[in-house]
Ligand binder design. Sequence first.
Ligand code: NAP
Ligand code: MN
Length: 267
Amino acid sequence: MKVGIFSNSGQASTQVSNALRSKIKAVGLKLDDDRPDIVITVGGDGTLLSAFHHYESQLDSVRFVGIHTGHLGFYTDWRDYEVDQLVDSLVHDNGQSVSYPLLDIQIDYTNGVHEQLLALNESTIKKVTGTMLANVYIKDQLFELFRGDGLCVSTPTGSTAYNKSTGGAVISSELDVVQVSEIASINNRVFRTLGSPIIISPNESVRVEPVHSKENLMTCDQKVIGNRAIRSMSFKIATQRIAFAQYRHTQFWKRVSESFIGVKPLD
Ligand code: NAP
Ligand code: MN
């Protein structure tokens, strides 16, 4: 089995990844950052997001494991002091994994260029200056004319990130759905949007067509794509998924409770 290590540049993470490298070599496992079977990320959820995009073309063969050197992470359920335990799990690995849905994003730019992206957390389309005006279609049917800062389209595991700040629901990671939430919509006697988040099924898609294609900003996880005139963006559940090596199981709702409420729930 080949192990890749993807670390952020912080001091704590560098120390942990150095220790990890020597322990992995000591037990006779191979280190290979180019074509790994397992990618261990060291840092926070942001580091895991970067690692996901780095290994995006190898999702069929790669499983991820996240070590967090900061506060409690959503994708990173191993602590920095558990390196020995993790190396032991690698030695006894029997391919166990759990996978989560990803977001498929199809973008058409006004210059005719088409682009496909994958997101682990979410994609947003926003207008930084002034109000974003966009026609929103569900399954090719016009749903609403949106006015506001923007829209956030998230995966279940991304529902605890940006989506949550916009008032979206936290979605169980066992569901294959996509959630669309509004970012500061304008609602008054003249302008009306639904005003609440919506959740679409795996065979539905949402398309957003900005009325003015310029000055929109698009994000895909931590990446920002600006200065490109967008004609339309389509969102649906991706056919690909992200796999994690499941050496132990931290229950999703326990993680939510511990991260946001701070109490240790009863098992
Ligand atoms: P960041 O500014 O460090 O991320 C913001 C926070 O979101 C960090 O505390 C990060 O954890 C946490 N986070 C990331 N994914 C999460 C998840 N699935 N569930 C719960 N918390 C999560 O930037 P970043 O680390 O590059 O992460 C990019 C993400 O930031 C985007 O995908 C978006 O979800 C989020 N974001 C949120 C807002 C907002 O809430 N208003 C605005 C912009 C972006 P770590 O500290 O462990 O990295
Ligand atoms: Mn971060």
